[in-house]
Design a protein around this ligand. Sequence first.
Ligand code: FHN
Length: 444
Amino acid sequence: MPRLYRSTLVRSALIIAIAVTAILATQALAQDYQPTPENLQARRDFQDMKFGLFIHWGVYSVLGDGEWVFHERHLTVDEYNRLPLFFNPEKFDAHTWVSLAKAAGMKYVTITSRHHDGFAMFDSKVSDWNIVQRTPYKKDPLKMLAEECHRQGIKLFFYYSQLDWHNPDYYPRGATNWNNGRPDHGDFNAYLDNYMDGQLTELLTNYGAIGGIWFDGMWDKPDADWHLDKTYALIHKLQPAALIIPNHHQTPRPGEDVQTFERDLPGSNTAGFNTTFISKDIPLESSDTLNGAWGFNIGDSNYKSAPDLERRLIRAAGNNSNLLLNIGPYPNGEIDPQFVTRLQAVGGWLSKYGDSIYGTRGGPVPPGDWGVTTQKADKIYVHVLNWASPLLALPAIAGKIASAQMLLGGEPVTVTQTADGVVLKLRAQGKDEVDRVVVLTLTK
Ligand code: FHN
Protein backbone atom coordinates (compact mmCIF):
# COMPACT_ATOMS: atom_id res chain seq x y z
CA MET A 1 0.00 0.00 0.00
CA PRO A 2 1.46 3.39 -0.95
CA ARG A 3 2.78 5.32 2.07
CA LEU A 4 0.42 8.27 1.57
CA TYR A 5 -2.68 6.04 1.79
CA ARG A 6 -1.25 4.20 4.79
CA SER A 7 -0.70 7.37 6.74
CA THR A 8 -4.16 8.67 5.72
CA LEU A 9 -5.66 5.41 6.96
CA VAL A 10 -3.80 5.63 10.25
CA ARG A 11 -4.87 9.24 10.68
CA SER A 12 -8.52 8.38 9.92
CA ALA A 13 -8.43 5.48 12.36
CA LEU A 14 -6.98 7.78 14.98
CA ILE A 15 -9.66 10.42 14.39
CA ILE A 16 -12.39 7.77 14.62
CA ALA A 17 -10.85 6.39 17.83
CA ILE A 18 -10.71 9.87 19.37
CA ALA A 19 -14.29 10.58 18.32
CA VAL A 20 -15.54 7.27 19.75
CA THR A 21 -13.63 7.87 23.00
CA ALA A 22 -15.13 11.36 23.24
CA ILE A 23 -18.65 10.02 22.63
CA LEU A 24 -18.16 7.26 25.20
CA ALA A 25 -16.69 9.71 27.68
CA THR A 26 -19.67 12.03 27.22
CA GLN A 27 -22.09 9.15 27.65
CA ALA A 28 -20.21 7.93 30.72
CA LEU A 29 -20.38 11.46 32.12
CA ALA A 30 -24.12 11.60 31.55
CA GLN A 31 -24.83 8.08 32.81
CA ASP A 32 -22.66 8.64 35.88
CA TYR A 33 -24.51 11.76 36.94
CA GLN A 34 -25.28 11.55 40.63
CA PRO A 35 -27.23 14.46 42.07
CA THR A 36 -25.59 15.93 45.15
CA PRO A 37 -27.40 15.81 48.52
CA GLU A 38 -28.13 19.57 48.14
CA ASN A 39 -29.64 18.92 44.75
CA LEU A 40 -31.82 16.08 46.04
CA GLN A 41 -33.00 18.30 48.89
CA ALA A 42 -33.75 21.10 46.41
CA ARG A 43 -35.88 18.67 44.39
CA ARG A 44 -37.93 17.78 47.48
CA ASP A 45 -38.29 21.45 48.39
CA PHE A 46 -39.38 22.14 44.83
CA GLN A 47 -42.11 19.52 45.06
CA ASP A 48 -43.26 20.94 48.39
CA MET A 49 -43.68 24.44 46.91
CA LYS A 50 -46.32 23.31 44.39
CA PHE A 51 -47.20 26.70 42.92
CA GLY A 52 -45.01 29.18 41.04
CA LEU A 53 -45.36 32.40 39.03
CA PHE A 54 -44.06 32.27 35.47
CA ILE A 55 -43.21 35.68 33.98
CA HIS A 56 -42.58 36.36 30.29
CA TRP A 57 -41.24 39.89 30.01
CA GLY A 58 -38.89 41.38 27.44
CA VAL A 59 -38.49 44.11 24.84
CA TYR A 60 -41.14 42.28 22.78
CA SER A 61 -43.68 43.37 25.43
CA VAL A 62 -43.52 46.88 23.91
CA LEU A 63 -45.43 45.69 20.84
CA GLY A 64 -48.15 43.97 22.90
CA ASP A 65 -48.20 41.07 20.48
CA GLY A 66 -46.60 38.21 22.37
CA GLU A 67 -43.00 37.05 22.72
CA TRP A 68 -42.84 35.57 19.20
CA VAL A 69 -43.48 38.92 17.47
CA PHE A 70 -39.94 39.08 15.98
CA HIS A 71 -40.60 35.78 14.22
CA GLU A 72 -44.32 36.20 13.51
CA ARG A 73 -43.85 39.52 11.71
CA HIS A 74 -40.66 38.29 10.07
CA LEU A 75 -38.81 41.41 11.22
CA THR A 76 -35.17 41.83 10.33
CA VAL A 77 -32.49 42.03 13.00
CA ASP A 78 -31.99 45.72 12.13
CA GLU A 79 -35.69 46.40 12.63
CA TYR A 80 -35.87 44.47 15.89
CA ASN A 81 -32.77 46.31 17.13
CA ARG A 82 -34.93 49.43 17.42
CA LEU A 83 -37.26 47.85 19.94
CA PRO A 84 -35.08 48.16 23.07
CA LEU A 85 -35.07 51.95 22.55
CA PHE A 86 -38.75 51.95 23.54
CA PHE A 87 -38.42 49.69 26.56
CA ASN A 88 -38.40 51.83 29.68
CA PRO A 89 -40.26 50.04 32.49
CA GLU A 90 -40.39 52.94 34.93
CA LYS A 91 -43.27 51.36 36.83
CA PHE A 92 -41.40 48.11 37.48
CA ASP A 93 -41.28 47.46 41.19
CA ALA A 94 -39.76 44.19 42.35
CA HIS A 95 -41.50 44.48 45.71
CA THR A 96 -44.93 44.68 44.03
CA TRP A 97 -44.22 41.67 41.81
CA VAL A 98 -42.87 39.43 44.55
CA SER A 99 -45.62 40.51 46.97
CA LEU A 100 -48.20 39.56 44.33
CA ALA A 101 -46.66 36.10 43.96
CA LYS A 102 -46.80 35.72 47.73
CA ALA A 103 -50.39 36.94 47.92
CA ALA A 104 -51.25 34.29 45.31
CA GLY A 105 -49.79 31.61 47.57
CA MET A 106 -46.94 31.04 45.15
CA LYS A 107 -43.58 29.91 46.50
CA TYR A 108 -41.36 30.56 43.50
CA VAL A 109 -40.95 32.79 40.46
CA THR A 110 -39.55 31.77 37.07
CA ILE A 111 -38.75 34.75 34.85
CA THR A 112 -37.42 35.02 31.29
CA SER A 113 -33.80 36.08 31.64
CA ARG A 114 -33.84 36.01 27.85
CA HIS A 115 -36.35 34.64 25.38
CA HIS A 116 -35.90 33.51 21.76
CA ASP A 117 -34.98 37.06 20.69
CA GLY A 118 -31.77 36.47 22.65
CA PHE A 119 -32.19 39.82 24.45
CA ALA A 120 -30.71 39.58 27.95
CA MET A 121 -33.00 41.15 30.53
CA PHE A 122 -30.01 41.35 32.84
CA ASP A 123 -26.61 43.01 33.02
CA SER A 124 -24.56 40.76 30.76
CA LYS A 125 -20.95 41.37 29.88
CA VAL A 126 -21.02 38.65 27.23
CA SER A 127 -22.73 40.92 24.71
CA ASP A 128 -24.29 44.38 24.67
CA TRP A 129 -27.62 42.91 23.49
CA ASN A 130 -29.02 43.51 26.94
CA ILE A 131 -31.31 45.76 28.95
CA VAL A 132 -28.57 47.78 30.64
CA GLN A 133 -26.79 48.75 27.44
CA ARG A 134 -29.57 48.95 24.89
CA THR A 135 -32.57 50.46 26.69
CA PRO A 136 -33.21 53.90 28.21
CA TYR A 137 -33.98 52.05 31.47
CA LYS A 138 -30.28 51.08 31.87
CA LYS A 139 -30.94 49.00 35.02
CA ASP A 140 -30.97 45.28 35.77
CA PRO A 141 -34.49 44.25 36.86
CA LEU A 142 -33.39 40.67 37.56
CA LYS A 143 -30.97 41.94 40.18
CA MET A 144 -33.80 43.83 41.90
CA LEU A 145 -36.07 40.83 41.60
CA ALA A 146 -33.44 38.47 43.01
CA GLU A 147 -32.85 40.74 45.99
CA GLU A 148 -36.56 41.04 46.65
CA CYS A 149 -37.12 37.30 46.30
CA HIS A 150 -34.37 36.66 48.82
CA ARG A 151 -35.94 39.22 51.16
CA GLN A 152 -39.39 37.69 50.89
CA GLY A 153 -38.31 34.03 50.93
CA ILE A 154 -39.38 33.26 47.36
CA LYS A 155 -37.19 31.06 45.16
CA LEU A 156 -36.14 32.58 41.84
CA PHE A 157 -35.62 30.55 38.68
CA PHE A 158 -34.31 31.90 35.38
CA TYR A 159 -35.92 30.90 32.09
CA TYR A 160 -33.14 30.79 29.46
CA SER A 161 -33.84 30.32 25.76
CA GLN A 162 -31.28 28.14 24.02
CA LEU A 163 -32.84 29.15 20.72
CA ASP A 164 -31.61 32.55 19.51
CA TRP A 165 -33.13 34.54 16.63
CA HIS A 166 -30.56 37.34 16.94
CA ASN A 167 -27.06 35.94 17.42
CA PRO A 168 -25.33 35.10 14.09
CA ASP A 169 -23.49 32.22 15.77
CA TYR A 170 -26.78 30.42 16.26
CA TYR A 171 -25.96 28.62 13.03
CA PRO A 172 -26.98 26.43 11.29
CA ARG A 173 -30.38 27.86 12.17
CA GLY A 174 -33.31 25.68 13.13
CA ALA A 175 -36.96 25.05 12.34
CA THR A 176 -38.01 28.63 13.17
CA ASN A 177 -35.51 30.14 10.75
CA TRP A 178 -36.49 33.03 8.48
CA ASN A 179 -34.31 35.40 6.55
CA ASN A 180 -33.79 38.22 9.06
CA GLY A 181 -30.52 39.51 7.71
CA ARG A 182 -28.05 37.35 9.57
CA PRO A 183 -25.09 35.96 7.59
CA ASP A 184 -25.26 32.37 6.38
CA HIS A 185 -22.41 31.23 8.57
CA GLY A 186 -21.66 31.17 12.26
CA ASP A 187 -19.95 29.21 14.98
CA PHE A 188 -22.50 27.19 16.95
CA ASN A 189 -19.82 25.81 19.30
CA ALA A 190 -18.80 29.35 20.20
CA TYR A 191 -22.45 30.24 20.72
CA LEU A 192 -22.88 27.38 23.19
CA ASP A 193 -19.53 27.39 24.97
CA ASN A 194 -18.82 31.11 25.13
CA TYR A 195 -22.07 32.99 24.73
CA MET A 196 -24.60 30.72 26.42
CA ASP A 197 -22.35 29.22 29.08
CA GLY A 198 -20.92 32.70 29.67
CA GLN A 199 -24.38 34.13 30.34
CA LEU A 200 -25.36 31.15 32.47
CA THR A 201 -22.23 31.72 34.54
CA GLU A 202 -23.33 35.32 35.06
CA LEU A 203 -26.81 34.24 36.11
CA LEU A 204 -25.42 31.67 38.52
CA THR A 205 -22.84 33.93 40.11
CA ASN A 206 -24.29 37.46 40.20
CA TYR A 207 -27.76 36.86 41.66
CA GLY A 208 -27.14 34.90 44.87
CA ALA A 209 -28.61 31.44 45.35
CA ILE A 210 -31.11 30.77 42.59
CA GLY A 211 -33.66 27.99 42.29
CA GLY A 212 -32.47 26.84 38.87
CA ILE A 213 -32.45 27.31 35.12
CA TRP A 214 -35.55 26.67 33.00
CA PHE A 215 -34.34 25.88 29.49
CA ASP A 216 -36.46 26.30 26.37
CA GLY A 217 -35.85 26.13 22.63
CA MET A 218 -33.82 22.98 22.05
CA TRP A 219 -36.76 21.74 20.02
CA ASP A 220 -35.72 24.23 17.31
CA LYS A 221 -32.75 21.99 16.42
CA PRO A 222 -33.60 18.59 17.87
CA ASP A 223 -30.67 16.84 16.19
CA ALA A 224 -27.97 19.33 17.12
CA ASP A 225 -25.31 18.67 19.72
CA TRP A 226 -26.23 21.19 22.42
CA HIS A 227 -23.23 20.33 24.64
CA LEU A 228 -25.76 19.55 27.35
CA ASP A 229 -23.40 17.56 29.54
CA LYS A 230 -20.98 20.45 29.63
CA THR A 231 -23.62 23.07 30.35
CA TYR A 232 -25.41 20.94 32.95
CA ALA A 233 -22.10 20.17 34.70
CA LEU A 234 -21.30 23.88 34.74
CA ILE A 235 -24.62 24.74 36.39
CA HIS A 236 -24.33 22.00 38.98
CA LYS A 237 -20.74 23.02 39.69
CA LEU A 238 -21.61 26.70 40.18
CA GLN A 239 -24.70 25.99 42.28
CA PRO A 240 -25.22 22.31 43.14
CA ALA A 241 -28.73 22.96 44.44
CA ALA A 242 -29.85 24.78 41.28
CA LEU A 243 -32.36 22.65 39.40
CA ILE A 244 -32.17 22.13 35.65
CA ILE A 245 -35.64 22.23 34.13
CA PRO A 246 -35.59 21.63 30.37
CA ASN A 247 -38.69 22.32 28.35
CA HIS A 248 -37.61 20.04 25.50
CA HIS A 249 -40.77 17.93 25.63
CA GLN A 250 -38.74 14.71 25.68
CA THR A 251 -37.86 11.94 28.12
CA PRO A 252 -35.56 13.46 30.76
CA ARG A 253 -31.82 13.01 30.35
CA PRO A 254 -29.20 12.51 33.06
CA GLY A 255 -28.36 15.84 34.66
CA GLU A 256 -31.92 17.16 34.44
CA ASP A 257 -33.68 17.67 37.74
CA VAL A 258 -37.33 18.39 36.90
CA GLN A 259 -39.59 17.25 34.05
CA THR A 260 -41.85 20.00 32.81
CA PHE A 261 -45.00 19.77 30.68
CA GLU A 262 -46.16 22.79 28.70
CA ARG A 263 -49.88 23.59 28.90
CA ASP A 264 -50.54 20.05 30.05
CA LEU A 265 -50.84 17.76 33.00
CA PRO A 266 -48.05 15.16 33.08
CA GLY A 267 -48.48 12.56 30.38
CA SER A 268 -51.79 13.77 28.98
CA ASN A 269 -50.25 15.55 25.96
CA THR A 270 -53.41 17.42 25.03
CA ALA A 271 -51.10 20.12 23.62
CA GLY A 272 -49.75 17.65 21.06
CA PHE A 273 -46.03 18.36 21.55
CA ASN A 274 -45.39 16.95 25.02
CA THR A 275 -44.15 13.45 25.76
CA THR A 276 -46.48 10.94 27.38
CA PHE A 277 -43.54 9.57 29.38
CA ILE A 278 -43.76 10.57 33.06
CA SER A 279 -40.63 10.36 35.17
CA LYS A 280 -40.94 8.51 38.45
CA ASP A 281 -37.54 9.77 39.59
CA ILE A 282 -37.61 13.54 39.31
CA PRO A 283 -40.19 16.21 40.24
CA LEU A 284 -42.84 17.21 37.72
CA GLU A 285 -44.10 20.63 36.73
CA SER A 286 -46.94 21.73 34.51
CA SER A 287 -46.84 25.23 33.03
CA ASP A 288 -49.80 27.22 31.77
CA THR A 289 -50.93 30.74 30.98
CA LEU A 290 -53.38 32.84 33.00
CA ASN A 291 -54.91 34.16 29.79
CA GLY A 292 -53.90 32.63 26.45
CA ALA A 293 -50.51 34.26 26.01
CA TRP A 294 -47.03 34.05 27.52
CA GLY A 295 -45.69 37.53 26.74
CA PHE A 296 -47.98 40.58 26.99
CA ASN A 297 -50.62 40.39 24.27
CA ILE A 298 -52.93 43.37 24.15
CA GLY A 299 -55.56 41.43 22.18
CA ASP A 300 -55.86 38.56 24.61
CA SER A 301 -58.63 38.99 27.18
CA ASN A 302 -59.17 35.29 27.55
CA TYR A 303 -58.50 35.28 31.29
CA LYS A 304 -59.11 32.04 33.13
CA SER A 305 -61.37 32.48 36.13
CA ALA A 306 -60.04 32.03 39.67
CA PRO A 307 -62.02 28.79 40.18
CA ASP A 308 -60.61 27.45 36.90
CA LEU A 309 -57.07 28.27 38.07
CA GLU A 310 -57.73 26.66 41.46
CA ARG A 311 -58.94 23.48 39.74
CA ARG A 312 -55.80 23.43 37.58
CA LEU A 313 -53.62 23.74 40.66
CA ILE A 314 -55.52 20.97 42.44
CA ARG A 315 -55.35 18.67 39.41
CA ALA A 316 -51.63 19.35 39.05
CA ALA A 317 -51.03 18.46 42.70
CA GLY A 318 -53.15 15.32 42.32
CA ASN A 319 -50.95 14.37 39.36
CA ASN A 320 -47.87 14.76 41.58
CA SER A 321 -46.93 17.96 39.80
CA ASN A 322 -46.32 21.64 40.47
CA LEU A 323 -48.19 24.33 38.58
CA LEU A 324 -46.20 27.20 37.06
CA LEU A 325 -48.74 29.85 36.11
CA ASN A 326 -47.74 32.55 33.65
CA ILE A 327 -48.42 36.25 33.35
CA GLY A 328 -47.04 38.71 30.80
CA PRO A 329 -46.51 42.12 32.47
CA TYR A 330 -46.93 45.39 30.56
CA PRO A 331 -43.83 46.96 29.01
CA ASN A 332 -43.94 49.70 31.67
CA GLY A 333 -43.52 47.09 34.40
CA GLU A 334 -47.10 47.09 35.65
CA ILE A 335 -49.14 43.94 35.94
CA ASP A 336 -52.56 43.78 34.32
CA PRO A 337 -55.22 44.22 37.07
CA GLN A 338 -57.09 41.24 35.57
CA PHE A 339 -54.11 39.07 36.50
CA VAL A 340 -53.81 40.66 39.92
CA THR A 341 -57.40 40.06 41.04
CA ARG A 342 -57.37 36.44 39.90
CA LEU A 343 -54.03 35.69 41.53
CA GLN A 344 -55.21 37.24 44.77
CA ALA A 345 -58.38 35.12 44.66
CA VAL A 346 -56.34 31.93 44.23
CA GLY A 347 -54.22 33.06 47.18
CA GLY A 348 -57.41 33.45 49.22
CA TRP A 349 -58.43 29.89 48.34
CA LEU A 350 -54.96 28.58 49.25
CA SER A 351 -55.00 30.33 52.61
CA LYS A 352 -57.88 27.99 53.51
CA TYR A 353 -57.00 24.85 51.58
CA GLY A 354 -53.19 25.08 51.47
CA ASP A 355 -52.72 22.09 53.81
CA SER A 356 -54.10 19.83 51.11
CA ILE A 357 -51.68 21.22 48.47
CA TYR A 358 -48.32 22.38 49.88
CA GLY A 359 -45.88 19.66 50.83
CA THR A 360 -48.08 16.95 49.34
CA ARG A 361 -47.39 14.37 46.66
CA GLY A 362 -49.87 12.76 44.30
CA GLY A 363 -52.18 10.57 46.39
CA PRO A 364 -52.85 6.83 46.14
CA VAL A 365 -55.99 7.04 43.99
CA PRO A 366 -55.49 7.60 40.24
CA PRO A 367 -56.83 11.01 39.15
CA GLY A 368 -60.23 10.91 37.47
CA ASP A 369 -62.89 13.21 36.15
CA TRP A 370 -64.42 13.21 39.65
CA GLY A 371 -61.25 14.66 41.21
CA VAL A 372 -57.84 13.74 42.60
CA THR A 373 -56.07 12.80 45.80
CA THR A 374 -52.96 14.24 47.41
CA GLN A 375 -51.04 12.85 50.34
CA LYS A 376 -48.78 14.10 53.12
CA ALA A 377 -47.55 11.60 55.74
CA ASP A 378 -50.61 9.86 57.26
CA LYS A 379 -53.14 12.19 55.63
CA ILE A 380 -54.84 11.56 52.31
CA TYR A 381 -56.73 14.54 50.89
CA VAL A 382 -59.61 13.58 48.64
CA HIS A 383 -60.35 16.55 46.36
CA VAL A 384 -63.87 16.17 45.02
CA LEU A 385 -64.05 18.47 42.01
CA ASN A 386 -66.78 17.07 39.83
CA TRP A 387 -69.16 14.66 41.55
CA ALA A 388 -72.84 15.34 42.07
CA SER A 389 -73.95 12.10 43.82
CA PRO A 390 -73.93 11.70 47.59
CA LEU A 391 -71.76 8.55 47.52
CA LEU A 392 -68.25 8.49 46.05
CA ALA A 393 -66.63 5.07 45.60
CA LEU A 394 -62.85 4.93 45.33
CA PRO A 395 -60.57 1.96 44.73
CA ALA A 396 -58.91 0.22 47.67
CA ILE A 397 -56.39 2.26 49.62
CA ALA A 398 -53.47 0.63 51.42
CA GLY A 399 -53.56 1.30 55.17
CA LYS A 400 -56.44 1.57 57.59
CA ILE A 401 -58.47 4.76 57.64
CA ALA A 402 -58.82 5.92 61.25
CA SER A 403 -61.01 8.96 60.54
CA ALA A 404 -62.51 11.06 57.78
CA GLN A 405 -63.49 14.70 58.03
CA MET A 406 -63.95 17.79 55.90
CA LEU A 407 -60.79 19.89 55.68
CA LEU A 408 -62.79 23.06 56.25
CA GLY A 409 -64.71 23.01 59.51
CA GLY A 410 -63.69 19.47 60.49
CA GLU A 411 -67.20 18.04 60.06
CA PRO A 412 -66.97 14.19 60.22
CA VAL A 413 -67.53 12.26 56.98
CA THR A 414 -69.01 8.76 56.96
CA VAL A 415 -66.53 6.38 55.38
CA THR A 416 -66.77 2.66 54.62
CA GLN A 417 -63.53 0.82 53.93
CA THR A 418 -63.47 -2.74 52.63
CA ALA A 419 -60.96 -4.82 50.70
CA ASP A 420 -62.76 -3.66 47.53
CA GLY A 421 -62.51 0.05 48.12
CA VAL A 422 -63.54 3.12 50.04
CA VAL A 423 -66.95 4.80 49.95
CA LEU A 424 -67.40 8.36 51.16
CA LYS A 425 -70.74 9.92 51.99
CA LEU A 426 -70.45 13.48 50.80
CA ARG A 427 -72.41 16.54 51.80
CA ALA A 428 -73.79 18.56 48.91
CA GLN A 429 -71.44 20.91 47.13
CA GLY A 430 -71.80 24.48 48.37
CA LYS A 431 -72.56 27.33 45.99
CA ASP A 432 -69.29 28.49 44.39
CA GLU A 433 -67.43 25.71 46.22
CA VAL A 434 -64.61 24.57 43.90
CA ASP A 435 -63.31 21.63 45.88
CA ARG A 436 -64.80 19.52 48.66
CA VAL A 437 -61.72 18.24 50.48
CA VAL A 438 -62.12 15.17 52.68
CA VAL A 439 -59.15 14.36 54.91
CA LEU A 440 -58.59 10.66 55.51
CA THR A 441 -56.26 10.02 58.42
CA LEU A 442 -54.54 6.64 58.36
CA THR A 443 -53.68 4.70 61.48
CA LYS A 444 -49.93 4.85 62.16
O1 FHN B 1 -41.76 29.19 22.37
C1 FHN B 1 -41.93 29.18 23.75
C2 FHN B 1 -43.01 30.10 24.20
O2 FHN B 1 -42.77 31.38 23.75
C3 FHN B 1 -43.05 30.08 25.70
O3 FHN B 1 -41.85 30.55 26.24
C4 FHN B 1 -43.30 28.68 26.19
C5 FHN B 1 -43.31 28.53 27.68
O4 FHN B 1 -43.38 27.20 28.07
N1 FHN B 1 -42.34 27.73 25.66
C6 FHN B 1 -42.14 27.80 24.26
C7 FHN B 1 -42.33 26.69 23.42
O5 FHN B 1 -42.17 25.43 23.93
